[in-house]
Design a protein around this ligand. Sequence first.
Ligand code: AMP
Ligand code: ZN
Length: 142
Amino acid sequence: MTDPNNCIFCMIVDGRAPSFQVSDDELTLAFMDIFPVAPGHSLVITKQHYSNIFEVPPNTLAAVARATRRLALAIRSELRPEGLGLFQLNGVAAGQTVFHYHQHLIPRSSGEDLKLHTRVRGDDDELRATSLRLAEKLATEP
Ligand code: AMP
Ligand code: ZN
């Protein structure tokens, strides 16, 4: 299990590492994936360190679902993707690479191969611009 002291997502939550933040509430945080497989690829994470679905308490999982739905609506209205994939991986065998619970939101286009990871880092200016757009949209929603 990842030690929370060395966990990149814990570092983002407590400000030891930067992120292009989109939303923040009592139990969750959302920010842009810095290796996006599509423009708008974002993550909703638990603020507390849980490695996977098997560790997250149900009320926290519900908070992730609420934050995910709000962000999905903001992505739909701001970025107008043809589709939106929600993915969540548990364990190395499933392809999980960061062992801190998170939900992927990945805009999808028809005909595109399904790919969950890339080694190509996103452009900082683009990630920042998208995060600001989505954060501003969310700020106008109840
Ligand atoms: P998973 O493979 O489901 O564990 O996904 C982990 C995701 O976290 C990958 O899509 C990575 O690109 C992403 N990621 C890793 N480090 C960072 C970071 N510092 N900021 C934002 N996203 C990250
Ligand atoms: Zn963590």
